[in-house]
Design a protein around this ligand. Structure first.
Ligand code: AKB
Length: 327
């Protein structure tokens, strides 16, 4: 059992759900959430941390006796393109600060998320293997490909136990994603549940690897809990959930909302998505640490719609109570 866990980027899409799950599993007192700015609802321990500030990262880890780090802070694929050099600096400085602190402070384990963005136009687009040539098309993808190699280097050279997954697009309802190419697949559910139309920035047949948040969080924790000698890839493991296109998710949503309307207006994100695989081969993750996804597109749809309906019903009920109390 880890004694003290630090999560960077804890306010982000994955961080929000992962923090809750780690606290549920290991106890709230063991999990420190950190981010550049405070969360909206502070539950549990939160420390403000700019992870690009190396001395602050080391100081926090030393002061709090941190033994494991989940390093999630990063600028994603679409947002990263607005200022490529800044995105590169933030993503790389942050990772190197965490790896250095892990080395000097003797951290037990580090989790580093990579992404399907490491792949580019030149790979087999279907069932893309782990060991492919990486020619990413975004600065985010370049930083993740370099980051995987830094993780591997710190493991080989200094024995730091860094573990990594290449996340597909992640679909969850705990917190909205910020600045990725796969964000449409979350936004579309919010619109459908609110009976609003949606304009999708990808073309209808753009199939991408996706995963439900519950699967992504479970995979992350399973990888981190696996015995060290079962981890044979120290760059990063492909992780697959289910693949679908905007047209397919729309059809699945229409089983719940037959009137749901969606238009297509592809923008610069279409070229990014088109350079990524349609599906990835995650057999190494299955073999080495027993990965098994649980969510198909249909189950994912059911999970999203049930949770979002409840969120909107609860907030409508809350607003009605507030109005009554004011009257
Ligand atoms: C993005 O779209 O940038 C992310 C990712 C696939 O890493 N969701």
């Amino acid at each position: 059992m880890p004694s003290t866990i630090l999560i960077t980027g804890a306010n982000g899409q994955v961080g929000t759900t992962l923090t809750t799950e780690l606290r549920r599993r290991y106890g709230s007192h063991r999990v420190i959430a950190s981010d550049i700015s405070p969360p909206r609802d502070a539950e549990g321990r939160f420390i403000r941390l700019d992870v690009t500030d190396g001395p602050s990262v080391t100081e926090l880890i030393r002061r709090e006796g941190v033994t494991q780090v989940y390093h999630l802070a990063a600028i994603l694929s679409a947002n990263g393109e607005a200022d490529p050099l800044r995105s590169w600096r933030i993503n790389m400085d942050a990772l190197l600060n965490v790896l250095e602190a892990a080395r000097t402070e003797g951290i037990e384990r580090v989790f580093y998320p990579s992404s399907i963005a490491v792949f580019g136009n030149n790979v087999a687009g279907v069932n893309t293997p782990d060991e492919s040539i990486l020619n990413p098309t975004t600065v985010y993808g370049i930083s993740k490909a370099a980051g995987e190699n830094w993780a591997n280097y710190y493991h080989m050279r200094f024995g730091v136990d860094v573990r990594s997954i290449r996340y597909p697009g992640i679909i969850g309802h705990g917190s909205k994603p910020g600045g990725g190419t796969t964000d449409y697949a979350v936004e579309v559910f919010y619109r459908a549940v609110q009976h609003q139309a949606y304009t999708c920035y990808l073309a209808p047949d753009t199939t991408l690897p996706m995963i439900y948040m519950d699967d992504a969080v479970r995979a992350t924790i399973e990888l981190m809990e696996a015995p060290a000698d079962s981890i044979r890839r120290r760059t990063s493991y492909n992780l697959s959930g289910c693949s679908f296109s905007p047209a397919e998710v729309t059809e699945a949503i229409r089983n719940y909302y037959p009137q749901f309307t969606l238009q297509y207006a592809p923008d610069f994100r279409q070229a990014i998505a088109a350079s990524w695989p349609k599906s990835i081969d995650d057999s190494a993750a299955r073999q080495d640490w027993g990965w098994q996804p649980a969510y198909s597109l249909e189950r994912l749809c059911e999970g999203m719609i049930t949770a979002l309906r409840k969120q909107y019903e609860d907030s409508a009920a809350g607003a009605a109570t507030r109005e009554r109390n004011l009257a």
